[in-house]
Write a protein that binds this ligand. Structure first.
Ligand code: ADP
Ligand code: MG
Length: 766
């Protein structure tokens, strides 16, 4: 049952209040055809909208099902409109971008009726209004009368108890008007129909009750109901639009403006394209660096030095002067000790540790090379004249932990002349790729360097004598002086013979690295076996000078006191008293082996105090971290720029959505009149931005993917690297999600604006 009690409604404009309904009280029968007559502005539409719950009364009450509607919430009104009311408007109010069938189905879609049932009911009711042959047409392909039939079908399809028609024939010619009136009369058989008209002739012909309004007051009622029987109950079921419905509604809307949507999606995809390419590049570079590290950098040794500065890649980066550092103006100098301000760790190489290194799984390493501070006393004989060799530093080849067919020297160096060494007394000279050798080495060997070229033969066969401590130092009452008798020493010395000239293999990174490492660590290009070094130490460790030094607290040769920088141990190492290297280089077999070695080295440090820990340097790792850090830094800057374009594009989406809201205002009104909740309306627009966001994400990824072809081609040209830029599928997914989220955020405010629109006003817009 439906009853209006003292309903008042006025509209307040800027400085003027217009009374639209003035204390209206009305009771309606469950089944009657009521015509509401009155001049324009008399309040007819307002009355209808209030009955239909589209507009709300100021005071009084609207009684539905014996219940006051004063406490109705928005969703109660929505459900009431959807279940109990069918609206028919003068201007039809069909949604233009969906077809007739979808228009009729819409109310049922809102109340969650299954697709099959929806279709069946819609076709049934369209048959009733004589439009079964037009169901796939769009509204603008129909005549006015046909459109009004669609509107009637839409009003009927949910089988509401009340039909509200606002001048349904107002826009139709008289012949069509009669047809429509017949149709409404037919409906009115089992429903309450309230029809507004200003055509009193039609009203008198068809209605069985005529109410006349004037200035918001009822001035006549031809069939007034005095006593209400209270048995009729309207079924009110809550409505809810699914996101899928919202999507399909928006998808259809978007189809009508493909060009604009595509352009918007493309414009907002630019940020995605940028970020995607940058990520692909940095992803690709990371992979290239990884590969490079695996291929070549893995031959870089792990270096363990007696003294290491603990320096992270960040520290290295910060070594370049920072522009932001302000310069000092005062005319003073600040004493500063760079060394002590760095974190220096002293590695103490105990016998235990050296043993530990010796026990590295031989499968992991090509060899371990030791750089020693032991001095080698050498003599050389040229043209029967014996000279002391100054300035000649020899490099000890890596100690190979594993017996293999090829020695390290054989695998890493080409033999240019002579032979590879067969025992510890044989040494080789290594030249560089241009066959160059430092002059001072040649001069130390007594070779005339004024010539432009020196034949290999001049070097091969040359002998150097290593003089052991007991021959070299003469004891003079606990005072040691070098032996001046060269002839005697020469005869006693260990003979080393240059047997070959070698050169690092062209494709062998390792030889070059070993060379570079030993040069940078102060060793030379004359290569001898580690075995020889061990043998010399073995001989020297019990020498008289060593024994004497062990009992003294000052340097036995210079008489100087030991300091923190030069300790007794340093002196003993110099004398070859102990095999304590200064630097240990461990050459890994390959990348995995390196990881294994590192974890082996880490194991040693477990449970050790900081002081006793042995700190190693992985140069390759430092390099690659450094380069990938730089890559990352560049990447972030570029991503920030692209990010700005993403933000700009989401603002653009906001504007576009707002325009769409303005364009679809009427549709909002229609949806609301059919019982759509505010939430459903915002959902429609969120669905629209979702589609645009998804499209822009996909377009962005596709364009970025296509751009990678020329980008990779250019990089191939520049760097000779294949497929540098590689898209990471996870990045792709994240970027599409970001595109969707950003466009959703951009469209959020317009969507809320849409949902807040007053349905009556929305319907009135054209
Ligand atoms: P009718 O349908 O009988 O022509 P209405 O119900 O549309 O009349 O309007 C009743 C009165 O209320 C009119 O004076 C009209 O100008 C005023 N009115 C209706 N809707 C609004 C509105 N949204 N804002 C201001 N005034 C309104
Ligand atoms: Mg009106």
């Amino acid at each position: 049952m439906l009853e209006l009690k003292n309903i008042k409604k006025s509209y307040t404009l800027a400085n003027y209040t217009q009374l639209a309904l003035n204390d209206i009280s009305l009771k309606f029968r469950k089944n009657e055809f009521v015509a509401v007559l009155g001049q324009s502005g008399s309040g007819k539409t307002t009355l209808l909208n209030i009955i239909g719950g589209l507009d709300h009364y100021d005071s009084g009450d609207l009684i539905i099902n014996n219940k006051s509607t004063k406490k109705f919430k928005d969703t109660d009104w929505d459900a009431y409109r959807n279940n109990c009311i069918g609206f028919i408007f003068q201007s039809y109010n069909l949604i233009s971008h969906i077809n007739i069938l979808a228009n009729v189905e819409l109310g049922m879609t809102l109340s969650g009726v299954s697709k099959k049932e929806r279709r069946q009911k819609a076709i049934e009711v369209l048959k009733k209004v004589g439009l079964e042959n037009h169901i796939n047409k769009k509204p603008n392909q129909l005549s006015g009368g046909q459109m009004q039939r669609v509107a009637i079908a839409r009003a009927l399809v949910n089988n509401p108890d009340i039909i509200l028609a606002d001048e349904p024939t107002g826009a139709l010619d008289s012949k069509t008007s009669v047809q429509i009136m017949e149709l409404i009369k037919e409906i009115a058989k089992d429903k309450l129909v309230i029809m507004v008209t200003h055509n009193s002739e039609l009203a008198h012909d068809y209605a069985n009750r005529i109410i006349e309004l004037k200035d918001g007051n009822i001035i006549s009622d031809t069939n007034k109901l005095e006593k209400q029987n209270n048995n009729k109950t309207y079924a009110i079921k809550k409505t809810a639009m699914s996101f899928l419905t919202a999507l399909s509604l928006s998808f259809n809307n978007i189809k009508t403006k493909k060009g604009r949507t595509l352009l918007t999606a493309f414009a907002s995809s630019i940020g995605i394209i940028g970020i995607s390419i940058i990520l692909s590049l940095s992803n690709g570079f990371d992979m290239q660096i990884d590969q490079f590290e695996k291929d070549t950098l893995s031959s870089f040794p792990i270096t363990i030095s007696r003294q290491t500065t603990e320096m992270s890649p960040e520290d290295m980066m910060s070594m370049t002067p920072d522009k932001s550092d302000s310069y000092i103006d005062e005319e003073v100098i600040y004493p500063y000790d760079t060394a002590s301000s760095m974190l220096i760790h002293k590695n103490v190489f105990t016998d235990d540790y050296l043993n530990y290194i010796n026990n590295i799984n031989p499968d992991y390493t090509i060899g371990v090379s030791y750089l020693r501070t032991m001095s080698l006393n050498m003599l050389i004989k040229n043209d029967d004249k014996i000279n002391y060799v100054n300035n000649l530093s020899l490099s000890s080849l890596p100690k190979e932990l594993k017996e293999s067919e090829e020695t390290f020297l054989e695998s890493a160096y080409d033999l240019l002349k002579g032979s590879y060494p067969k025992d510890k007394a044989e040494i080789v000279v290594a030249v560089n790729e241009k066959n160059r050798l430092e002059k001072n080495i040649l001069e130390a060997l007594g070779i005339d360097t004024s010539k432009e070229e020196i034949s290999f033969d001049e070097l091969i066969g040359k002998e150097i004598k290593i003089i052991l401590n007991d021959d070299f130092y003469k004891n003079n009452n606990n005072y040691f002086v070098p032996n001046m008798n060269y002839d005697e020493m020469y005869d006693e010395g260990i003979t080393l013979k240059i047997v070959g000239i070698v050169r690092g293999k062209e494709d062998n990174m390792l030889a070059q690295i070993v060379n570079a490492m030993s040069m940078s660590q102060g060793a030379g290009n004359i290569l001898y076996s580690n075995e020889l070094a061990e043998y010399i130490i073995e001989q020297n460790k019990d020498s008289l000078i060593v024994k004497a030094q062990q009992d003294l607290d000052y340097n036995i040769l210079t008489g100087e006191k030991f300091t923190e920088n030069y300790t007794k141990d340093d002196m003993l190492a110099y004398l070859g008293a102990k095999d304590i290297p200064y630097i240990i280089n461990i050459y890994p077999v390959d990348f995995e082996a390196k990881e294994n070695i590192i974890s082996y080295l880490n194991d040693y440090n477990k449970d050790k105090s900081d002081e006793d820990k042995i700190v190693y340097t992985d140069l390759a790792d430092t390099f690659s971290t450094l380069s990938s850090n730089i890559m990352d830094a560049i990447g972030w800057v570029l991503i920030a720029f692209s990010g700005i374009s993403l933000i700009v594009s989401s603002i653009m989406i906001g504007i576009i959505t707002y325009i769409s809201v303005l364009e679809r205002t009427k549709e909002i009104g229609i949806l609301r009149s059919l019982g759509a909740r505010k939430k459903d309306v915002s959902r429609v627009f969120n669905a629209e931005t979702f589609i645009i966001g998804l499209a822009s994400g996909l377009i962005g990824i596709i364009i970025a993917r296509l751009l990678l072809f020329p980008i990779n081609a250019i990089l191939k040209d520049l760097t000779n690297l294949d497929n540098v830029a590689v898209m990471n599928p996870i990045h792709t997914l994240i970027l599409i999600t970001v595109a969707i989220i950003l466009t959703l955020i951009g469209g959020l405010i317009p969507a809320v604006i849409a949902s807040r629109k007053n349905p009556v006003e929305a319907l009135r817009t054209e």
